[in-house]
Design a protein around this ligand. Structure first.
Ligand code: ADP
Ligand code: MG
Length: 324
């Protein structure tokens, strides 16, 4: 019922940036090539995300807002092989239980768009109504935590919440340089990144300094592949926290991986306290468990020693190009 869904939502929807993450992942899963993110008041007042993805047919809209309704897993055995970002089918339901959610969507073969508003009571969103708009989906989330004032009290300042939202956008935009991202806050455009390759997206997001002093990584060893860029220490470093690691396309902050990269910097450059990098590890999805935490930011590898060694050597070899 409503209470249970709000408690469950608390785990997933900690703050506005959690909404932004879930909606962006859905947009990417839907095959979007252009995504627009409009935020108001740090996302608390409004988070509206528009994509040009596959859309949702009107008869599926009530299910999209229902708990444990996902179109992404057909059987339990699929769980091991999930390649899409979302798969638990509870994000939209959780968001709809703590905010006013309106979903507007149009599939390519529909004459017009349809919309539905999520009721806070699970499974009572009603039927879709005719609407207008281009192909793709807009999810408009207003007044986050309007019905849970206790949770609203834990929110930080508008600028802090906005900062978390913008960081989530950067994480996903680095993972998908081919997708156009537009971000605005309180009606002002904050970022607009054209679709490009990873090197250009790194320059857009990690800055020109990073781009002018970075080395490419592209190593394969058996089923493991590491791709991306590692930054060299520069005199003027705009960001000390530009550390982006992805496993099978998903942003992670993992001790084992962070350690492997840091150890390589230590080894080759004799230390850079704040290495900056955008690295993407690809491996057989059956060799990694990404579901250890609700926020899905940590991972567990079947063979963590092999992964550590591989990442350490790949980054070391890339960095060694400087002294060569
Ligand atoms: P999950 O992503 O885990 O499947 P969600 O609650 O995030 O669960 O979304 C529920 C369903 O709604 C998805 O499985 C998908 O079918 C549909 N959906 C959500 N967002 C979009 C979108 N932007 N474009 C197309 N379909 C979407
Ligand atoms: Mg999802």
């Amino acid at each position: 019922d409503q209470l249970i869904s709000q408690i469950a939502a608390g785990e997933v929807i900690e703050r506005p940036s959690a909404v932004v993450k879930e909606l962006l992942e859905n947009a990417l899963d839907a095959g979007a090539t252009q995504i627009t993110i409009r935020l108001e008041q740090g996302g608390v007042k409004r988070i509206a995300i528009t994509d040009d993805g596959c859309g949702i047919a009107p008869e599926h809209m009530p299910y999209a807002l229902a708990r444990h309704a996902t179109s992404k897993i057909a059987s339990l055995s699929d769980l091991e092989n999930v390649m899409t970002l979302g798969f638990r089918g509870e994000a939209l339901a959780s968001i709809a239980s703590v905010a006013q959610l309106t979903l507007t969507s149009r599939t390519a073969d529909a004459d017009h768009a349809w919309e539905i508003s999520g009721s806070p009571v699970d499974g009572d969103a009603g039927q879709a109504r005719p609407s207008s708009g281009p192909c793709g989906t807009t999810i408009d989330v207003r007044d986050l935590y309007f019905n849970t004032p206790a949770r609203r009290k834990f929110l930080k300042s508008e600028q802090t919440e906005y900062g978390h939202c913008a960081e989530v956008v950067r994480r996903l935009a680095l993972a998908r340089p081919d997708v156009v991202f537009s971000l605005s806050h309180n009606g002002k455009t904050a970022d607009h990144w054209k679709g490009s390759d990873l090197q250009k997206r790194c320059a857009q997001i990690l800055g020109a300094e990073f781009a002018s002093a970075c080395l490419a990584v592209d190593e394969t060893a058996g089923p493991l592949r590491l791709l991306g860029f590692v930054g060299l220490p520069t005199a003027a470093r705009s960001r000390a926290d530009a550390q982006y690691f992805y496993v099978n396309g998903r942003f992670v902050r993992d001790k084992l991986l962070t350690h492997a990269v840091r150890a390589a910097y230590q080894d080759v450059l004799h230390g850079d306290r704040y290495p900056s990098y955008a690295l993407s590890l690809e491996l057989d999805p059956a060799q990694v468990d990404v579901n250890v935490h609700p926020s899905k930011i940590e991972v567990r590898f079947r063979d963590s020693r092999a992964v550590h060694q591989f990442v350490f050597h790949a980054v070391s070899r890339a960095l060694a190009q400087t002294s060569a």
